[in-house]
Design a binder for this molecule. Structure first.
Ligand code: NAD
Ligand code: UDP
Length: 325
């Protein structure tokens, strides 16, 4: 008979869908560091092998190239469902595929969780609040989403995924956790995916104008990736609450303020230029994180200036060719 050490028995097998993406790759790192076994599933639509290259030879890490829109049979004790493009440019590239990933894909991943009796954490988003008329956003606000607008493939997809998780919980007693993630940034966010921080930093480093959409007075609240991953793992590992729980940094900035902060962090003399505001771009967004503070004893530790400095270092190395893209 095989004898297992205590650390082997304590080790969890954890499935991370979207594990080669920006957030997923940081999550894989943390879980491997903690001693768990990680199965990373990704179709590489927006993810990059480079994000997980350092893990490929690790004995507790396994990569499966797979699209969650198709069923998958693997064993896991916990599942983090992160698969879904997150940048507006990426999720609007093939809107029907985005809807399928959040709907059919989430059903498939819930199916794995049901069969394995695994706890599943689903990565939802502040976008379920749409263009919010309540500010800051608490979890009990139902949102203001245009169901037929250009962002609806993502927003409504994430809303149906929340509904699926809650109904699997009610119908089958499954353990689910819903995290509503607010804008998060840091190393490994794809420099070409069109999100504001990766755009501004790479533009500043190249000496190109920073493209502010609209008048730049719309707001977002930016959370550094390490803080976000800490909140995500705390939510998964507590036994009391299925969520949803907002995880984000409640310090709110206009896009013009952000552009100024990026110019300071990069030391760039780039100009600021204005482009058209995309349709249905939310005017304001800021999380109320009282629930995360109370339930998870969580609050962000990295301020924007510090986080931007770390992100700038990463993009500087990437543009210099020291980090592979
Ligand atoms: P990302 O685009 O870097 O990562 C998404 C990953 O999912 C990529 O690796 C992509 O290839 C993979 N993927 C997409 N569709 C798939 C499919 N059908 N099958 C398998 N893999 C698929 O984005 P991210 O910023 O890391 O976001 C991760 C998750 O967190 C997403 O679900 C996103 O909606 C959510 N989220 C992120 C933010 C943020 O600010 N980063 C905010 C709110 C919510
Ligand atoms: N934005 C901008 N310039 C860019 C990219 C985005 O001014 O080059 C704005 C965008 O209009 C939005 C905000 O920055 O108001 C955040 O955009 P992002 O795509 O990062 O995320 P989301 O809109 O999903 O919050």
């Amino acid at each position: 008979m095989r004898r297992h050490s205590e650390s082997y028995l304590a080790m969890k097998s954890i499935l991370v869908t979207g594990g080669a993406g920006f957030l997923g790759s940081h999550l894989c790192d943390r879980l491997i560091e903690r001693g768990d076994e990680v199965i990373c599933v990704d179709n590489f639509f927006t993810g990059r092998k480079q994000n997980i290259a350092h893990l490929l030879e690790h004995p507790r890490f396994e990569l499966i190239r797979h699209d969650i829109v198709h069923p998958l049979f693997v064993e896991a004790d916990q599942i983090y469902n992160l698969a879904c493009p997150a940048s507006p440019e990426a999720y609007q590239f093939n809107p029907i595929k985005t809807i399928k990933t959040s709907s059919v894909g989430t059903v498939n991943v819930l199916g794995i969780a049901k069969r394995c009796r695994a706890r599943l954490l689903h990565a939802s988003t502040s976008e379920v609040y749409g263009d919010p008329s309540v500010h800051p956003q608490r979890e009990d606000y139902w949102g203001n989403v245009n169901p037929i607008g250009p962002r609806s493939c993502y927003d409504e997809g994430k809303r149906i995924a929340e509904s699926l998780c809650v109904n699997y919980h009610l119908a089958h007693g499954m353990e689910v956790r819903l995290i509503r993630i607010f804008n998060t940034y840091g190393p490994r966010m794809d420099p070409n995916d069109g999100r504001v921080i990766s755009n501004f930093i790479t533009q500043a480093l190249r000496g190109e104008p920073l493209t502010v959409y609209g008048d730049g007075r719309q707001t977002r609240s930016f959370c550094y990736v390490d803080d976000l991953i800490e909140g995500m793992i705390r939510l998964m590992d507590q036994d009391l609450e299925i969520g949803p729980v907002n995880i984000g940094n409640p310090v709110e900035n206009t896009m013009l303020e952000l552009a100024q902060q990026v110019l300071i962090a990069t030391g760039s003399r780039s100009e600021i230029t204005h482009k058209d505001l995309p349709a249905d771009d939310p005017k304001q967004r800021c999380p109320d994180i009282s629930k995360a503070k109370l339930l998870l004893d969580w609050s962000p530790q990295v301020d924007l200036a510090t986080g931007l400095k770390r992100a700038v270092e990463y993009y500087r190395a990437l543009l210099a060719g020291d980090v592979e893209n």
